[in-house]
Design a protein around this ligand. Structure first.
Ligand code: TYM
Length: 334
Protein backbone atom coordinates (compact mmCIF):
# COMPACT_ATOMS: atom_id res chain seq x y z
CA UNK A 1 0.00 0.00 0.00
CA UNK A 2 1.34 3.41 -0.95
CA UNK A 3 1.57 6.22 1.56
CA UNK A 4 3.22 9.61 1.05
CA UNK A 5 4.93 11.59 3.81
CA UNK A 6 6.88 14.84 3.58
CA UNK A 7 7.75 17.82 5.74
CA UNK A 8 9.04 21.38 5.70
CA UNK A 9 10.79 23.30 8.48
CA UNK A 10 9.04 26.39 9.89
CA UNK A 11 12.26 28.35 9.95
CA UNK A 12 11.48 31.49 7.98
CA UNK A 13 9.79 32.40 4.76
CA UNK A 14 8.91 29.73 2.23
CA UNK A 15 10.79 30.31 -1.01
CA UNK A 16 10.03 29.64 -4.65
CA UNK A 17 12.45 26.70 -4.25
CA UNK A 18 10.31 25.14 -1.51
CA UNK A 19 7.23 25.79 -3.60
CA UNK A 20 8.45 24.32 -6.91
CA UNK A 21 10.61 21.58 -5.39
CA UNK A 22 8.18 20.48 -2.70
CA UNK A 23 4.74 22.01 -2.01
CA UNK A 24 3.55 22.06 -5.64
CA UNK A 25 4.48 18.37 -5.86
CA UNK A 26 2.74 17.62 -2.54
CA UNK A 27 -0.49 19.04 -3.97
CA UNK A 28 -0.15 16.98 -7.15
CA UNK A 29 0.29 13.81 -5.09
CA UNK A 30 -2.73 14.63 -2.95
CA UNK A 31 -4.77 15.14 -6.10
CA UNK A 32 -3.62 11.79 -7.52
CA UNK A 33 -5.60 10.04 -4.79
CA UNK A 34 -2.74 8.50 -2.75
CA UNK A 35 -2.91 8.82 1.05
CA UNK A 36 -0.83 11.92 1.86
CA UNK A 37 0.59 13.17 5.16
CA UNK A 38 2.31 16.57 5.32
CA UNK A 39 4.07 17.94 8.34
CA UNK A 40 5.36 21.23 9.72
CA UNK A 41 8.57 19.88 11.24
CA UNK A 42 8.95 22.18 14.24
CA UNK A 43 11.16 19.67 16.11
CA UNK A 44 13.62 19.88 13.23
CA UNK A 45 13.55 23.69 13.25
CA UNK A 46 14.90 23.87 16.82
CA UNK A 47 18.13 22.09 15.84
CA UNK A 48 19.25 25.70 15.49
CA UNK A 49 17.92 28.21 18.04
CA UNK A 50 14.51 29.67 17.23
CA UNK A 51 12.90 32.62 18.92
CA UNK A 52 9.73 31.08 20.49
CA UNK A 53 7.37 33.80 19.26
CA UNK A 54 8.82 33.57 15.74
CA UNK A 55 8.59 29.77 15.77
CA UNK A 56 4.89 29.95 16.65
CA UNK A 57 4.31 32.47 13.87
CA UNK A 58 6.35 30.52 11.30
CA UNK A 59 4.50 27.29 12.17
CA UNK A 60 1.11 28.90 11.52
CA UNK A 61 2.41 30.67 8.42
CA UNK A 62 3.72 27.41 6.95
CA UNK A 63 0.38 25.71 7.65
CA UNK A 64 -1.33 28.64 5.89
CA UNK A 65 1.08 28.32 2.96
CA UNK A 66 0.36 24.61 2.58
CA UNK A 67 -3.38 25.31 2.45
CA UNK A 68 -3.02 28.38 0.21
CA UNK A 69 -1.02 26.27 -2.27
CA UNK A 70 -3.86 23.76 -2.51
CA UNK A 71 -3.43 21.24 0.29
CA UNK A 72 -6.84 20.25 1.57
CA UNK A 73 -6.63 19.36 5.26
CA UNK A 74 -9.64 17.08 4.91
CA UNK A 75 -8.01 15.01 2.14
CA UNK A 76 -4.40 15.18 3.36
CA UNK A 77 -3.29 15.00 6.97
CA UNK A 78 -1.70 18.34 7.87
CA UNK A 79 -0.14 18.82 11.32
CA UNK A 80 2.90 20.00 13.25
CA UNK A 81 5.40 17.41 14.36
CA UNK A 82 5.69 18.33 18.05
CA UNK A 83 2.02 17.44 18.64
CA UNK A 84 2.65 13.78 17.74
CA UNK A 85 5.10 12.36 20.25
CA UNK A 86 5.73 9.18 18.22
CA UNK A 87 8.21 11.16 16.05
CA UNK A 88 10.54 11.96 18.94
CA UNK A 89 10.17 8.49 20.47
CA UNK A 90 10.90 6.57 17.29
CA UNK A 91 13.70 9.08 16.65
CA UNK A 92 15.38 7.85 19.85
CA UNK A 93 14.99 4.22 18.83
CA UNK A 94 16.59 5.08 15.50
CA UNK A 95 19.45 6.93 17.21
CA UNK A 96 20.38 3.50 18.49
CA UNK A 97 20.13 1.91 15.02
CA UNK A 98 21.90 4.59 12.94
CA UNK A 99 25.72 4.57 12.93
CA UNK A 100 27.98 7.54 13.62
CA UNK A 101 29.77 6.89 10.34
CA UNK A 102 26.50 7.37 8.43
CA UNK A 103 25.83 10.68 10.18
CA UNK A 104 29.35 11.86 9.43
CA UNK A 105 28.65 11.62 5.70
CA UNK A 106 25.64 13.97 5.77
CA UNK A 107 26.47 17.02 3.66
CA UNK A 108 23.69 19.15 5.17
CA UNK A 109 25.20 18.76 8.64
CA UNK A 110 28.58 19.83 7.31
CA UNK A 111 27.03 22.87 5.58
CA UNK A 112 24.91 23.93 8.55
CA UNK A 113 27.46 23.26 11.28
CA UNK A 114 30.12 25.13 9.30
CA UNK A 115 33.71 25.27 10.45
CA UNK A 116 32.93 25.20 14.16
CA UNK A 117 31.05 21.87 14.39
CA UNK A 118 31.89 21.66 18.12
CA UNK A 119 29.33 24.40 18.68
CA UNK A 120 26.51 22.68 16.74
CA UNK A 121 23.67 21.11 18.73
CA UNK A 122 23.51 17.36 19.18
CA UNK A 123 20.06 17.63 17.59
CA UNK A 124 21.52 19.03 14.38
CA UNK A 125 23.74 15.95 14.16
CA UNK A 126 20.89 13.52 14.88
CA UNK A 127 18.51 15.42 12.57
CA UNK A 128 18.43 12.76 9.80
CA UNK A 129 17.54 10.06 12.33
CA UNK A 130 14.47 12.08 13.42
CA UNK A 131 13.64 12.58 9.75
CA UNK A 132 13.74 8.79 9.26
CA UNK A 133 11.34 8.49 12.21
CA UNK A 134 8.98 11.05 10.61
CA UNK A 135 8.74 8.93 7.50
CA UNK A 136 8.76 5.48 9.05
CA UNK A 137 6.33 6.08 11.92
CA UNK A 138 3.74 6.14 9.13
CA UNK A 139 5.41 3.29 7.26
CA UNK A 140 5.43 5.76 4.35
CA UNK A 141 6.59 4.40 1.01
CA UNK A 142 7.08 7.62 -1.00
CA UNK A 143 8.74 10.88 0.02
CA UNK A 144 8.48 13.86 -2.35
CA UNK A 145 11.43 16.21 -1.75
CA UNK A 146 13.82 18.55 -3.55
CA UNK A 147 17.25 17.32 -4.65
CA UNK A 148 18.95 18.52 -1.45
CA UNK A 149 17.02 16.03 0.73
CA UNK A 150 17.89 12.95 -1.32
CA UNK A 151 20.75 11.94 0.97
CA UNK A 152 18.50 12.13 4.04
CA UNK A 153 15.82 9.94 2.46
CA UNK A 154 18.51 7.44 1.50
CA UNK A 155 19.64 7.44 5.12
CA UNK A 156 16.05 6.68 6.16
CA UNK A 157 16.23 3.65 3.83
CA UNK A 158 19.48 2.58 5.46
CA UNK A 159 17.96 2.90 8.94
CA UNK A 160 14.85 0.93 7.91
CA UNK A 161 17.06 -1.72 6.31
CA UNK A 162 19.34 -2.05 9.33
CA UNK A 163 16.40 -2.21 11.74
CA UNK A 164 14.82 -4.97 9.65
CA UNK A 165 18.12 -6.83 9.42
CA UNK A 166 19.08 -6.49 13.09
CA UNK A 167 15.68 -7.73 14.32
CA UNK A 168 15.05 -10.25 11.54
CA UNK A 169 11.86 -8.60 10.33
CA UNK A 170 10.33 -6.79 7.34
CA UNK A 171 8.68 -4.28 9.68
CA UNK A 172 9.64 -1.04 7.94
CA UNK A 173 9.23 -0.48 4.18
CA UNK A 174 12.22 1.12 2.44
CA UNK A 175 10.95 4.61 1.50
CA UNK A 176 11.59 5.99 -1.99
CA UNK A 177 12.53 9.62 -2.58
CA UNK A 178 10.36 11.21 -5.30
CA UNK A 179 12.41 13.95 -6.96
CA UNK A 180 10.59 15.02 -10.08
CA UNK A 181 9.78 18.05 -12.18
CA UNK A 182 11.73 20.84 -13.87
CA UNK A 183 12.83 22.53 -10.62
CA UNK A 184 14.13 19.97 -8.12
CA UNK A 185 16.98 22.34 -7.28
CA UNK A 186 16.10 26.01 -7.68
CA UNK A 187 19.23 28.14 -7.47
CA UNK A 188 19.87 31.57 -5.92
CA UNK A 189 18.94 34.52 -8.16
CA UNK A 190 22.31 36.11 -7.26
CA UNK A 191 24.55 33.07 -7.82
CA UNK A 192 23.53 30.19 -10.07
CA UNK A 193 25.88 27.80 -8.28
CA UNK A 194 24.19 28.21 -4.87
CA UNK A 195 20.82 26.77 -3.80
CA UNK A 196 17.94 29.22 -3.26
CA UNK A 197 17.52 29.16 0.50
CA UNK A 198 15.43 30.68 3.30
CA UNK A 199 18.64 31.36 5.18
CA UNK A 200 20.63 33.25 2.51
CA UNK A 201 21.51 36.68 3.96
CA UNK A 202 20.49 38.40 0.70
CA UNK A 203 16.73 38.70 0.23
CA UNK A 204 17.40 39.42 -3.47
CA UNK A 205 18.67 35.84 -3.80
CA UNK A 206 15.20 34.34 -3.38
CA UNK A 207 11.51 34.85 -4.05
CA UNK A 208 9.40 34.42 -0.92
CA UNK A 209 5.79 33.28 -1.01
CA UNK A 210 4.98 36.44 0.95
CA UNK A 211 6.55 38.81 -1.64
CA UNK A 212 4.18 41.17 -3.43
CA UNK A 213 4.01 41.50 -7.23
CA UNK A 214 6.39 44.49 -7.41
CA UNK A 215 8.99 42.75 -5.26
CA UNK A 216 8.84 39.60 -7.39
CA UNK A 217 9.23 41.62 -10.59
CA UNK A 218 12.13 43.60 -9.11
CA UNK A 219 13.97 40.49 -7.93
CA UNK A 220 13.64 38.80 -11.31
CA UNK A 221 14.76 41.96 -13.09
CA UNK A 222 17.85 42.10 -10.85
CA UNK A 223 18.57 38.38 -11.16
CA UNK A 224 22.13 37.69 -12.27
CA UNK A 225 22.55 36.54 -15.89
CA UNK A 226 25.34 36.34 -18.45
CA UNK A 227 25.45 38.69 -21.46
CA UNK A 228 24.53 36.07 -24.10
CA UNK A 229 21.00 35.67 -25.49
CA UNK A 230 19.08 32.48 -24.71
CA UNK A 231 20.51 29.46 -26.58
CA UNK A 232 18.63 27.50 -29.22
CA UNK A 233 18.90 24.14 -27.49
CA UNK A 234 18.75 22.84 -23.90
CA UNK A 235 22.40 21.73 -24.23
CA UNK A 236 23.30 25.38 -24.79
CA UNK A 237 22.44 26.00 -21.11
CA UNK A 238 25.41 23.90 -19.96
CA UNK A 239 28.00 26.07 -18.26
CA UNK A 240 25.44 28.89 -17.89
CA UNK A 241 24.04 28.23 -14.39
CA UNK A 242 22.02 31.45 -14.09
CA UNK A 243 20.40 31.05 -17.51
CA UNK A 244 19.66 27.42 -16.79
CA UNK A 245 18.06 28.31 -13.46
CA UNK A 246 15.73 30.94 -14.93
CA UNK A 247 14.68 28.62 -17.76
CA UNK A 248 14.03 25.82 -15.23
CA UNK A 249 11.90 28.13 -13.11
CA UNK A 250 9.94 29.21 -16.19
CA UNK A 251 9.40 25.56 -17.16
CA UNK A 252 8.26 24.55 -13.67
CA UNK A 253 5.87 27.49 -13.36
CA UNK A 254 4.36 27.05 -16.82
CA UNK A 255 4.24 23.25 -16.74
CA UNK A 256 6.24 23.17 -20.00
CA UNK A 257 9.44 21.26 -20.65
CA UNK A 258 12.75 23.13 -20.76
CA UNK A 259 12.95 22.28 -24.47
CA UNK A 260 9.59 23.99 -25.11
CA UNK A 261 10.69 27.07 -23.19
CA UNK A 262 13.93 27.21 -25.19
CA UNK A 263 11.99 26.79 -28.43
CA UNK A 264 9.85 29.79 -27.46
CA UNK A 265 12.69 32.12 -26.42
CA UNK A 266 15.69 30.95 -28.51
CA UNK A 267 17.94 33.86 -29.49
CA UNK A 268 16.07 36.38 -27.33
CA UNK A 269 17.76 38.59 -24.74
CA UNK A 270 17.10 38.33 -21.01
CA UNK A 271 15.56 41.79 -21.31
CA UNK A 272 12.67 40.09 -23.09
CA UNK A 273 12.66 36.82 -21.14
CA UNK A 274 12.68 38.28 -17.63
CA UNK A 275 9.41 40.25 -17.88
CA UNK A 276 7.69 37.12 -19.23
CA UNK A 277 9.08 35.13 -16.31
CA UNK A 278 8.01 37.80 -13.83
CA UNK A 279 4.45 37.81 -15.22
CA UNK A 280 4.28 34.05 -14.90
CA UNK A 281 5.61 34.06 -11.32
CA UNK A 282 3.24 36.83 -10.25
CA UNK A 283 0.24 35.11 -11.85
CA UNK A 284 0.98 31.89 -9.95
CA UNK A 285 2.11 33.33 -6.61
CA UNK A 286 -0.19 36.35 -6.08
CA UNK A 287 -3.33 34.32 -5.40
CA UNK A 288 -1.33 32.14 -2.98
CA UNK A 289 0.02 35.17 -1.12
CA UNK A 290 -3.49 36.62 -0.86
CA UNK A 291 -4.97 33.36 0.46
CA UNK A 292 -2.15 33.04 2.98
CA UNK A 293 -2.85 36.44 4.45
CA UNK A 294 -6.59 35.65 4.66
CA UNK A 295 -5.81 32.44 6.53
CA UNK A 296 -3.35 34.18 8.84
CA UNK A 297 -6.15 36.53 9.93
CA UNK A 298 -7.62 33.59 11.89
CA UNK A 299 -4.79 31.84 13.77
CA UNK A 300 -7.25 29.95 15.99
CA UNK A 301 -8.65 28.22 12.91
CA UNK A 302 -5.12 27.25 11.80
CA UNK A 303 -4.44 25.82 15.25
CA UNK A 304 -7.69 23.85 15.05
CA UNK A 305 -6.69 22.40 11.67
CA UNK A 306 -3.24 21.43 12.98
CA UNK A 307 -4.77 19.84 16.09
CA UNK A 308 -7.23 17.83 14.03
CA UNK A 309 -4.41 16.70 11.74
CA UNK A 310 -2.28 15.76 14.76
CA UNK A 311 -5.09 13.55 16.13
CA UNK A 312 -5.39 11.72 12.83
CA UNK A 313 -1.61 11.46 12.47
CA UNK A 314 -1.21 10.09 16.01
CA UNK A 315 -3.86 7.44 15.33
CA UNK A 316 -1.67 6.15 12.47
CA UNK A 317 1.70 6.63 14.15
CA UNK A 318 1.11 5.15 17.61
CA UNK A 319 0.39 1.55 16.54
CA UNK A 320 3.49 1.59 14.30
CA UNK A 321 5.62 2.84 17.20
CA UNK A 322 4.10 0.24 19.54
CA UNK A 323 4.88 -2.49 17.00
CA UNK A 324 8.51 -1.31 16.75
CA UNK A 325 8.78 -1.46 20.56
CA UNK A 326 7.47 -5.02 20.55
CA UNK A 327 9.99 -6.01 17.88
CA UNK A 328 12.81 -4.52 19.97
CA UNK A 329 11.79 -6.28 23.17
CA UNK A 330 10.32 -3.53 25.32
CA UNK A 331 7.75 -4.63 27.91
CA UNK A 332 4.52 -2.86 27.11
CA UNK A 333 1.53 -3.06 29.48
CA UNK A 334 -0.77 -0.82 27.45
P1 TYM B 1 13.44 22.17 4.11
O1 TYM B 1 12.51 22.76 5.09
O2 TYM B 1 14.82 22.68 4.03
O3 TYM B 1 12.82 22.26 2.67
C1 TYM B 1 11.50 21.80 2.40
C2 TYM B 1 11.42 21.16 1.01
O4 TYM B 1 11.79 22.09 0.01
C3 TYM B 1 12.81 21.54 -0.80
N1 TYM B 1 13.71 22.63 -1.22
C4 TYM B 1 14.00 22.91 -2.49
N2 TYM B 1 13.62 22.34 -3.66
C5 TYM B 1 14.11 22.88 -4.80
N3 TYM B 1 14.96 23.95 -4.82
C6 TYM B 1 15.37 24.54 -3.68
N4 TYM B 1 16.19 25.59 -3.72
C7 TYM B 1 14.89 24.02 -2.44
N5 TYM B 1 15.09 24.36 -1.14
C8 TYM B 1 14.37 23.49 -0.42
C9 TYM B 1 13.52 20.54 0.09
O5 TYM B 1 14.22 19.57 -0.67
C10 TYM B 1 12.38 19.96 0.87
O6 TYM B 1 11.72 18.94 0.11
N6 TYM B 1 14.81 17.87 6.27
C11 TYM B 1 13.75 18.52 5.52
C12 TYM B 1 12.42 18.50 6.24
C13 TYM B 1 11.96 17.15 6.70
C14 TYM B 1 11.45 16.11 5.88
C15 TYM B 1 11.10 15.06 6.76
C16 TYM B 1 11.25 15.97 4.50
C17 TYM B 1 11.92 16.72 7.99
N7 TYM B 1 11.39 15.46 8.03
C18 TYM B 1 10.57 13.85 6.30
C19 TYM B 1 10.72 14.76 4.04
C20 TYM B 1 10.38 13.72 4.94
C21 TYM B 1 14.16 19.98 5.29
O7 TYM B 1 14.93 20.53 6.02
O8 TYM B 1 13.48 20.58 4.29
Amino acid sequence: KHRVFSGIQPSGNLTLGNYLGAVKRFVEMQDSGIETIYCVVDLHAITVWQDPEKLRHATRELAAAYIACGLDPTRSILFNQSQVSAHAELGWLFNCVARLGWMNRMTQFKDKAGKNAEKASLGLYAYPSLMAADILTYQATHVPVGEDQKQHVELARDIAGKFNHDYGTEYFPLPEPIIEGAATRVMSLRDGTKKMSKSDPSDLSRINLTDDADTIAKKIKKAKTDPEPLPDSVDGLDGRPEAKNLVSIYAALSGKSKADVIAEFAGQQFGAFKPALADLAVAELSPITARMSDLMADPAEIDRILGDGADRAAALAEPVLAGAKDVMGFVRSR
